[in-house]
Design a protein around this ligand. Sequence first.
Ligand SMILES: C[S@@+](CC[C@H](N)C(=O)[O-])C[C@H]1O[C@@H](n2cnc3c(N)ncnc32)[C@H](O)[C@@H]1O
Length: 215
Amino acid sequence: MKDDIFDSREDYIRALFGRETAAQKSARESLTGAHDGISLHAEEARTLQLLIRLGDIRMIVEIGTLGGYSALAMAAALPDDGRLWTLEKDPARAALARSNTAAEKRIKIIEGDARETLRTLESQAPFDMIFIDADKLNYAYYLDWAETHVRKGGLIVGDNTLLFDAVWMQERPPRVRDSALQAMRDFNRRLADPDKYLGTLLPTAEGMTIAQKLF
Ligand SMILES: C[S@@+](CC[C@H](N)C(=O)[O-])C[C@H]1O[C@@H](n2cnc3c(N)ncnc32)[C@H](O)[C@@H]1O
């Protein structure tokens, strides 16, 4: 009984469903200062793992690598011959991720602005899944790309899609720019179209929109 009591709902869920591999733990610990705390939480990573297993996902594109935490979690759920390309524009973060993921052969880190580097992946399309976790203003661009390069029946997942709850609030919080707010509202609206997607927005800490592509 005592073991089941926690200070918050998140702590309870994390204690049960947030177990991390040693590689994930060390990737999280490698992030300090400004980098700290913007990786997925362990239980969110678990959600992606479940989607990968249930959706028979083998080829994933991730936009926004940081230190490789989410990439390591997703790769662990892939079959042995699966592949995950993860795109990071910041050279220092890409280098850190290369070191954190060196033992995981299914991960390929592509350094550079995703708006440029996505093009280099097009010859390998169609992909089974895209995970978008980067600059908010480009979510529409990434979704356009996914609509062309993710297979019918594949998954499109976006993180931070509640945008600190700004997406549904009457008053925009000062920390959120209007351009980012409009971008995120448009992204969610597009994935809510039942003619094109079977989707939902999971109320995780940051909000995670997940959608199966129907066309
Ligand atoms: C929230 S972090 C990613 C966290 C990571 N997915 C995880 O959970 O471990 C967002 C990352 O996207 C990168 N980023 C932002 N804009 C980008 C762009 N245009 N192209 C590639 N990477 C970008 C940032 O440098 C940052 O490292």
